[in-house]
Ligand binder design. Structure first.
Ligand SMILES: *[C@@H]1O[C@H](CO)[C@@H](O)[C@H](O)[C@H]1NC(C)=O
Ligand SMILES: *[C@@H]1O[C@H](CO)[C@@H](O)[C@H](O)[C@H]1NC(C)=O
Ligand SMILES: *[C@@H]1O[C@H](CO)[C@@H](O)[C@H](O)[C@H]1NC(C)=O
Ligand SMILES: *[C@@H]1O[C@H](CO)[C@@H](O)[C@H](O)[C@H]1NC(C)=O
Ligand SMILES: *[C@@H]1O[C@H](CO)[C@@H](O)[C@H](O)[C@H]1NC(C)=O
Ligand SMILES: *[C@@H]1O[C@H](CO)[C@@H](O)[C@H](O)[C@H]1NC(C)=O
Length: 481
């Protein structure tokens, strides 16, 4: 009996000892919640970018140090060691700050008594607090946004010259490329750091649209010059600076609205597979990964401006005589189906290939309840943002498209997402949406507008900040599981 007691305590003792050792050996991040529910409604994972090179550097310095005779140890090995330690602790500091941001976001999630979501006032100004149905979790988004404002720093690589780098289109369909670049380099400046060691992410400010304009020979379909440019750019910054190699580009981002953005990014395998790619062409069957990439809204600025008509949509009580509207070319796989079923078929559903002379595109949007937004050659369509501006509820007809800001916004609260196979029943489905549901959708559209608005200079919660926030989330490694 006595023996078995002793044996029992012996086992308990060793179990305890082993668990303490295991606990000590585990990386400090191990006990961060790996997944938790409620954030963006789906499971969320927290990954950690490994900063391997700095520790390698430290190791090298230590090895150098060990080789040198104690007496003959010279200044350079000393300074390498000191420098490596400094780099390491700087990175640790950065990572610790990010850990604090994660913790504070997590606390916001846990604090159910917090009153944030009950605040409804939107003075449209600096004290905007996200609330309401348009957000997956308004409190979480708010906290994450505040943490971004408090901490997030972007380093913009100086390498390269216009027209391909530091410059992009500021009008027409790919305008967001140039606008973002311009805002990042010359705008509010609050998120930009000139000290690369203080940065959380590194921006490679090239423009795929200008590459296509100046490097591509139509109609060759040869995209290799684009890939080569991107490849050369990555090689340039990765040999001149230590930052790319440290994470294989995981904390680097590029931004492209041109359809060929994803193809250009193939120029470097790590850029494609590891870096954050901010793309309008967010097609998951073409390699877009919502966990690390960011879907960029396409905003068509004819002549560089939003049409004045869209700036002042009609009052809420104005009647919208048309149930739905679409006009556009037969591009891609979905539109032919739409036009086959609905072109000139029904007076409530205004579906055109080309708008007849004398009819105005935006006037139709302003006088329709729903605006059909089928994908064309590419998944993104500028119609979505135009519909939001026109307070016309967007009907998303696309496949494999990751909608912009969908880790924060609840698209189903301000749009209708319809399966391509439902196109024949389009009128039936839209007609069956009850008036109060439609009102709610329209309210959602109005509420979400600010997140799709381009301002110059940028304003809080506008499209520039939303794109940056999407990048911030990826850098925090709070991604969709
Ligand atoms: C200092 O030490 C390093 C490695 O220990 C060596 O490569 C270097 O040549 C030394 N410099 C001088 C000035 O002795
Ligand atoms: C929440 O609101 C209630 C009443 O509106 C107030 O009494 C309470 O102090 C608020 N709680 C917090 C944490 O602000
Ligand atoms: C990064 O790695 C590449 C290839 O592995 C190498 O050519 C380059 O010199 C490295 N950059 C730095 C700053 O060490
Ligand atoms: C991305 O990674 C996959 C799998 O490792 C690889 O097959 C592919 O070639 C990579 N993509 C690019 C563009 O290098
Ligand atoms: C809409 O409301 C405004 C004031 O709220 C009113 O002046 C206007 O007559 C209304 N229009 C319609 C069509 O009911
Ligand atoms: C998405 O990518 C797939 C694969 O390349 C392609 O077949 C499909 O047409 C793309 N979708 C759109 C709307 O471009």
């Amino acid at each position: 009996m006595k023996l078995s007691y002793r044996f029992f305590f012996f086992v308990i003792y060793w179990l305890l000892a082993i668990s303490i050792i295991v606990f000590k050996l585990l990386p400090p991040h191990f006990f961060d919640p790996i997944t938790f529910h409620g954030l963006y409604r789906s499971k969320v994972q927290i990954r950690h970018v490994q900063f391997s090179v700095s520790s390698e550097e430290l190791l090298r310095a230590v090895v150098l140090d060990a080789h040198g005779d104690h007496l003959h140890r010279n200044k350079s090995s000393h300074s390498i060691l000191a420098n490596a330690k400094k780099i390491l602790s700087r990175e640790q500091r950065l990572e610790r700050a990010l850990a604090r941001a994660r913790a504070s976001i997590r606390r916001a999630l846990a604090d159910r008594r917090s009153n944030l979501s009950s605040v409804t006032a939107d003075n449209g100004g600096d004290d905007y607090i996200p609330s309401g149905d348009i957000y997956r979790n308004p409190r979480l988004f708010h906290q994450s946004y505040l943490e971004m404002e408090r901490r997030f720093k972007v380093y913009v690589y100086q390498e390269g010259e216009p027209p391909f780098v530091h410059y992009g289109p500021c009008k027409d369909i790919y305008s967001i490329e140039g606008r973002f670049l311009h805002e990042m380099e010359q705008g509010i400046g609050m998120f930009r750091t000139h000290d690369p060691n203080a940065a959380h992410v590194y921006f490679m400010p090239f423009s795929v649209t200008w590459m296509v304009k100046y490097l591509y020979t139509p109609p060759s379909k040869d995209l290799n010059p684009l890939r080569r440019f991107v490849s050369d750019y990555v090689r340039l910054v990765s040999t001149r600076h230590p930052y790319w190699n440290r994470t294989h580009g995981a904390d680097h981002f590029m931004l492209a609205c041109h359809d060929w953005g994803p193809h250009a990014s193939e120029g470097d395998p790590f850029l494609y597979n590891t870096s954050i790619r901010v793309l309008c062409n967010a097609n998951t069957t073409e390699g877009f990964s919502p966990r690390k990439d960011v879907s960029l809204p396409e905003i068509h600025l004819y002549g560089g401006e939003v049409s004045p008509k869209l700036l002042s949509p009609p009052p809420d009580n104005a009647t919208r005589p048309h149930l739905a509207f679409f006009a556009g070319g037969l591009h891609g796989p979905i539109r032919p189906i739409l036009l086959y079923h609905w072109k000139n078929h029904d007076k409530d559903l205004r579906v055109y290939e080309y708008l007849p002379k004398g009819l105005d595109y935006y006037s139709f949007m302003l006088s329709s309840k729903f605006c059909l937004c089928p994908s064309g050659y590419e998944v993104a369509s500028p119609r979505i943002v135009e519909a939001i501006y026109a307070e016309c509820v967007p009907v998303i007809l696309s496949q494999h498209y990751v909608l912009p800001f969908s880790d924060v916004l609840r698209w189903e609260s301000f749009s209708v997402q319809m399966d391509v196979s439902d196109i024949p029943r389009l009128k039936e489905i839209l007609g069956a949406i009850p008036e109060n549901k439609y009102r709610k959708l329209k309210e959602g559209v109005r509420a979400v507008r600010k997140h799709f608005t381009m301002n110059h200079p940028a304003k809080r919660y506008d499209v520039f900040h939303m794109v940056l926030h999407s990048i911030w989330l990826r850098r925090l490694n709070v991604g969709l599981a």
